[in-house]
Design a protein around this ligand. Structure first.
Ligand code: UD1
Ligand code: UDP
Length: 371
């Protein structure tokens, strides 16, 4: 059995890697060794519990209000030790976090091939999202296998000159995770009283810290004022740059429910119950369309253009008046709402993890033959 190290740092990495851990557990030739860097702590643990994953190595690296350089330094040192001990045949990383960039670099130093899950997403703007766009580009140079979720992400990689036989169109494992989670018996949609509407809000992007976050809060307040039937559910990201502002702004509002990050099953139920989703999250942009929920993306650019092209997601930026106008349109125009809520899954069909494991098995079988 070849050991495949699966590196998880944050909540979305764990959600999107869970289907791969499961598929590797079922492989006859490969076995997963799960390394949790714990760049996130509580939010990572919530996901590991739900998907029944016990890390083989837990590096426990999160510190309150960590900076990028100190987190990177801790990751490189700890992953170096860990990979030296495990000696895996390959390392799998997912997405664009600091964990991903550091794990890819350390693997490269150890001559261990890297598989990049969710490869090829690009905005072509290194400041948006920051530092994720740079993390993706660097990981793209370091990886051996690029598992692109969509044709346009595969095309981005080919345009950057990567070998065609290293780029694989697989779909995004987030849809595998979503389908899996929806089968869970404990999942219940939050009841919303008749006549009421619920807007689900999440925000955490670094480029939205400060003024943009204040503009987002102002937009939510104005929408509540304009729509007495509207309620807001706001799971607050624990990053102090987010939580201090959001809590101060909404703590006392009678129609805003602030809560700690919801576990994945509860969050899916909240998305299902929502009328509209307002978010700057990457994963939520992928899941909401698959659930038939209009998602308004509070960013200037997206590396996930497919849902916008399909007309089931819209980029609304962080200008207060613009957000208010776009939400009002959906709340007041049933035809516009129905068009955006028609549902689509441009990011996958729920079989990405099986494809990725199949590609790794074939690749190792081919190299064993030539060895
Ligand atoms: C990170 C990723 C971002 C990803 C996001 C998913 C980087 C640079 N950023 O951003 O790409 O979209 O995760 O949510 O890799 N904290 C806790 N408990 C937790 C998690 C975070 O208290 O479980 C607090 C800590 O104070 C921590 C801070 O949030 O220092 C920031 O965490 P960090 O992972 O550095 O950045 P995120 O903003 O979460
Ligand atoms: N999510 C969750 N609980 C919450 C908010 C989000 O489980 O309270 C899930 C969501 O369904 C998605 C993922 O977390 O799968 C997105 O993570 P996040 O927005 O933190 O990061 P991003 O996707 O932007 O990197």
């Amino acid at each position: 059995m070849r050991k495949i190290a699966v590196v998880l740092g944050t909540r979305p990495e764990a959600i999107k890697m869970a289907p791969l851990v499961k598929a590797l557990r079922n492989s006859k030739h490969l076995t997963p060794v799960v390394i949790a860097t714990a760049q996130h702590r509580e939010m990572l643990d919530q996901v590991l519990d739900i998907f029944d994953i016990q890390p083989d190595y837990d590096l426990d690296l999160m510190r309150p209000n960590q900076t990028l350089p100190e987190l990177t330094a801790r990751l490189i040192t700890a992953l170096d030790e860990c990979l030296k001990e495990i000696q895996p045949s390959a390392v799998l990383v997912q997405g664009d976090t600091t964990t991903v960039m550091a794990a890819s670099l350390v693997s490269f130093y150890h001559h261990i091939p890297v598989g990049h899950v969710e490869a090829g997403l690009r905005t072509h703007d290194m400041q948006n999202p920051f530092p994720e766009e740079m993390n993706r580009v660097l990981t793209g140079r370091l990886a051996r296998w690029h598992f692109a979720p969509t044709q346009s992400s595969a095309d981005n990689l080919l345009k950057e000159g990567l070998a065609a036989d290293s780029v694989f169109l697989t779909g995004n494992t987030v849809i595998d995770a979503l389908f899996d989670a929806r089968k869970h018996p404990s999942k219940v949609a939050r009841p919303i009283e008749p006549g009421r509407k619920m807007m689900l809000v999440t925000t955490h992007r670094r480029e939205n810290f400060g003024e943009p976050l204040q503009h987002i809060c102002n937009a939510v307040l104005e929408l509540l004022e304009k729509n007495p039937e509207l309620e807001v559910l706001f799971p607050v990201h624990p990053n102090p740059n987010v939580s201090s502002v959001v809590r101060a702004q909404f703590e006392k509002h009678p129609r805003v429910e602030l809560c700690a990050p919801l576990d994945y099953l509860s969050f899916i139920a909240a998305m299902e119950a929502a009328t509209i989703i307002l978010s700057d999250s990457g994963g939520v942009q992928e899941e909401a369309p698959a659930l038939g929920k209009p998602v308004l993306v509070m960013r200037e650019e997206t590396e996930r253009p497919e849902a916008v092209t399909f007309g089931v997601a819209e980029l609304v930026g962080t200008n207060t008046q613009h957000i208010v106008e776009r939400v009002q349109r959906l709340l007041s125009d049933p035809a516009a709402y129905a068009d955006m809520a028609r549902g689509a899954s441009p990011y996958g069909d729920g079989t990405a993890a099986a494809r990725i494991v199949g590609i790794l098995e074939s690749s190792f079988a081919a190299s064993d033959k030539t060895a």
